[in-house]
Design a protein around this ligand. Structure first.
Ligand code: SF4
Length: 363
């Protein structure tokens, strides 16, 4: 039987969960980090932080794929566009600043840059334009990467290729734990990424760092429930990978999607904007598919540019060392219509979400 979404917005259940969180939360300052723009939207839009005890903070880390795409990767896409290649990507990527130009600015200079909703739509663009080279600039986490793998396995046309900038969540969580001044007590893991990789994918991290990781869904009660499980683990001195979203996430994840990823990609080092290089946190295209690898086809090599504009605190926000209102430009010089940094551009970026929904709790 289908579940009504209203079951996940029951104020009484929310109050009970908030009480449980207050009861189990450690008495000292404690930081829980999530890595998902959709979680940030749920938390901010529904005013969930107002239900938490003051010593418990929940911050967004590197959870916005657009925000963490490095300038080196973006500059390569801009370079291709300026050289006459048709560049297709997701809409949020267009206004993210590169070293010199964004993709939107390249388009304003005459480049053919198109927004698509899926990699398959970029393949269609290639089929419709056989005389042109078409590159899909592939960004996003484990959630979007299987779609890219699927098109590469479907014998796309010769004039199609992929500029791969996909990133992996577990290595990013591990990198955060090694950064000074971040001090993560527990992770709220993203439900959609976890549908692909499964809860078991977090077990090595939990074992190595003794940090609770709880997978959460996206309704307000899902998030409160996951937070309650994290603080319950803390109160009991446990550190486990736990599933608070069993209606969508399996322990082992989606094996079919994982097999697609394994066939097409292998883990490789990647540069995260605001964080820097993280070993095995990206996906490189295997040699068998090099005919559709834009970095091979066009002999591309990225050079890191200026990652964060002067005055912008995105680098601290992306590692959960700061929140958007810590930035003096927030809501003044920097707004969604005139963004200064990547965290205000991406609709899943913390600054964008706080500007859009901040101060308007609905629960
Ligand atoms: S408000 Fe703008 S300038 Fe400040 S951290 Fe966010 S994106 Fe950067």
């Amino acid at each position: 039987m289908a579940t009504s979404p209203f079951e996940f917005r029951d104020p009484e259940r929310a109050k009970q969960l908030a009480q449980a969180i207050r009861r189990w939360a450690p008495p000292h300052p404690t930081k829980i980090v999530h890595v998902c723009g959709t979680h940030e939207i749920t938390i901010t839009r529904h005013g969930l932080r107002s239900l938490l005890p003051p010593q418990l903070s929940v911050l967004e880390g590197p959870g916005c794929p657009v925000c963490v795409t490095s300038t080196a990767e973006l500059d390569l896409a801009v370079q291709l566009a300026l050289e006459g290649v048709v560049v297709c990507t997701f809409g949020d990527m267009l206004r993210v600043p590169g070293s010199r130009l964004s993709l939107a600015e390249a388009r304003a200079q005459g480049a053919d840059v198109r927004t698509v909703l899926s990699p398959a739509a970029a393949v269609e663009v290639a089929r419709e334009n056989p005389g042109k080279e078409v590159v899909f600039f592939a960004v996003g986490f484990e959630t979007t990467a299987p779609g890219t793998a699927a098109v590469l396995l479907s014998s796309p046309p010769d004039n199609f290729s992929v500029l791969a900038a996909h990133k992996l969540i577990p290595p990013a969580l591990e990198a955060l734990l090694g950064l000074p001044g971040v001090e993560v007590a527990g992770f709220l893991a993203p439900g959609h990424v976890s549908t692909i990789i499964g809860v078991e994918a977090y077990a090595p991290l939990v074992e190595r760092f003794s940090v609770p990781v709880v997978v959460g869904g996206f309704e307000p009660l899902d998030v409160l429930y996951a937070l309650a499980l994290i603080v319950r683990q803390l109160s009991q001195g446990r550190a486990e990978a736990e599933n608070a979203y069993p209606r969508a996430v399996l322990p082992q994840g989606n094996r079919k999607a994982q097999q697609l990823l394994e066939k097409v990609f292998y883990p490789a080092g990647a540069h995260w904007r605001g964080i820097g290089p993280i070993p095995n946190s990206g996906l490189a295209i295997r040699e068998e598919f090099s005919a559709w690898d834009a970095s091979v086809k066009f002999d591309l090599e990225g050079a890191p540019g200026e990652e964060i504009p002067p005055g912008c605190r995105c680098a601290d926000i992306l590692v959960a060392r700061a929140v958007p209102t810590d930035c003096s430009l927030f809501g003044k010089a920097c707004t969604p219509t005139s963004p200064v940094g990547p965290c205000m551009v991406g609709s899943e970026g913390a600054c964008h979400v706080w500007y859009r929904y901040g101060g308007k709790p609905e629960l």
